[in-house]
Write a protein that binds this ligand. Sequence first.
Ligand SMILES: [Mg+2]
Length: 266
Amino acid sequence: MTPLPKGALSARARRSPILLCLDYDGTIAEIVDDPACAAPHPEAPALLRRLVARPDRVALAIVSGREVSVLRRFLGIDDGLILVGVHGLQILWPDGEREMNAGGARGDLARLRAWISASVPRSLGFRVEDKEFSIALHYRSAPAEAAERIRDAFVEYVKNNTPALTLSPGKCVIEALPRIAGKGHAIRVLLRRFPGFVPVYFGDDLSDEDAFAAIGEAGLSIFVGPERKSAARYRVDSPRDVIRALMEIATAIESNFIPQAEQKPS
Ligand SMILES: [Mg+2]
């Protein structure tokens, strides 16, 4: 990965409309110990409002593992934003249309719920996040030995008993979700809805790799965090850099727009 070159995003956004996709946690919100308290970067909501004010230039989607209702509460923006929750299983379009898809996994999710209530301690710092179409086990606050033991048992149970579910590991979280779910799937759905928009994707976690791969050479994929192996083309250090990048895009689209067809060949 190379560092995101200064000016690359504004140049891209001036040339054609963009489908701007942002992961939430670790991308426009700092990672915090309690996921229930992950407020967005203080400058994010105002910037997102500037971006959705130009739907001719930017289609803006938050693409997260969280539920749409939670993203909406954190961001406090009702209009213009596309919210993609639970790894593409929930989509709230700007016109209020909702898409929900459990991918035929309801029975397996119910079985996993029963296993969790029998097997995961209610104390020790574990937290279960039940998102209707997926279930995440957070163990950031659990002691290391218990975290590893319960996590492994969760993995074993899902592998052996719930064929419609797959596992998605994250930072101190393991999540079971329907096999059709994934951020790559979400990107393909969004691109079908916005033909001619070039995808630009920011994300920090393993679940974002699927989206980076889906974008490939068709757009800009940007990993957020310290250097590691990733399918993303570019990298920035932190959510603060993402905010700077969003400012660059907002400024570019608010200034003169030259449609591609009218540009002189170079
Ligand atoms: Mg993230």
